[in-house]
Ligand binder design. Structure first.
Ligand SMILES: Cc1cc2nc3c(=O)[nH]c(=O)nc-3n(C[C@H](O)[C@H](O)[C@H](O)COP(=O)(O)O)c2cc1C
Length: 227
């Protein structure tokens, strides 16, 4: 195992185990093989547990790990929603395109299994939040409900979308949401910061692997470039 060189200084040698590299052209290996490599290469990934409603107000809930923050002015997040096997849109995307609203709910240690159940392909109009036994909590500024059991809720309004690919399987729509309200488990909020030990976030790794966030270390940012 490579030790974490926390006492490393500018100019010190880097203790890396990396030697020979394998080079793969995504066109040659195809999109399915590329997908498997991407979910192993882009790790760890945060998980957005997205609640939306359809035009009848029925809730939909599904996890997405091609997810990240984008900006703080305006505060914004992105999720990439891939197409299904015959190019159909997932329910989350259909609902966001219809209502222009969604909530990003966090996935914490205590809710991994219900989150995973919500990734099953339920028919359109099935309320996964009710099916798995999670509790809807009204949002303040938008229609889709929040997930009461999640430690963080971000109410979002659609800012923009960008299609990547031709709409066939594996291509995606990037959804950018402007955060219009943040909700934080009060025990996890202190002096303007979020206490990770209270929210116990889970990350997605490759395949069916997940990671805890419990081996945290500090690396102070350099103030000035020093040589
Ligand atoms: C942890 C996890 C992360 C996922 N990340 C994504 C993702 O980033 N993009 C995506 O399109 N599907 C992702 N999925 C699969 C969707 O959750 C799945 O296709 C789900 O059925 C979509 O539900 P919907 O049709 O109700 O929107 C993920 C599944 C899991 C378990």
């Amino acid at each position: 195992m490579c030790p974490i060189p926390l006492n490393w200084k500018l100019g010190d040698p880097i203790l890396s185990p990396v030697e020979d590299m394998l080079s793969l052209d995504p066109v040659e290996i195809g999109s399915k093989a590329t997908y498997k490599l991407l979910i192993g290469a882009i790790v760890p990934r945060p998980i957005a547990f997205i609640s939306t409603v359809n035009s009848q107000g029925i809730c939909n809930l599904a996890p997405f790990s091609f997810f990240n923050g984008v900006s703080s002015n305006p505060p914004a997040v992105m999720i990439a929603i891939t197409r299904k096997s015959h190019g159909e849109k997932k329910d989350t995307l259909r609902n966001i395109e219809t209502t222009h609203q969604f909530v990003v709910n966090s996935v914490n240690e205590w809710m991994v299994e219900p989150m995973n159940q919500c990734s099953a392909e339920y028919p359109y109009g099935v309320n996964e939040m009710q099916t798995v036994g999670l509790t809807p909590l009204p949002s303040q500024k938008i229609q889709p409900p929040r997930v009461k059991e999640s430690a963080i809720h971000l109410e979002c309004e659609l800012y923009d979308t960008l299609n990547v690919g031709d709409g066939s399987e594996g291509s995606s729509t990037i959804v950018i949401g402007k955060i219009v309200m943040l909700h934080i488990f009060s025990a996890a909020y202190k002096d303007g910061r979020i206490l990770l030990e209270e929210i116990k976030p889970i990350s997605r790794l490759a395949g069916t692997s997940y990671g805890h966030t419990n081996d945290i270390f500090q690396v102070p940012r350099p103030k000035l470039f020093q040589k």
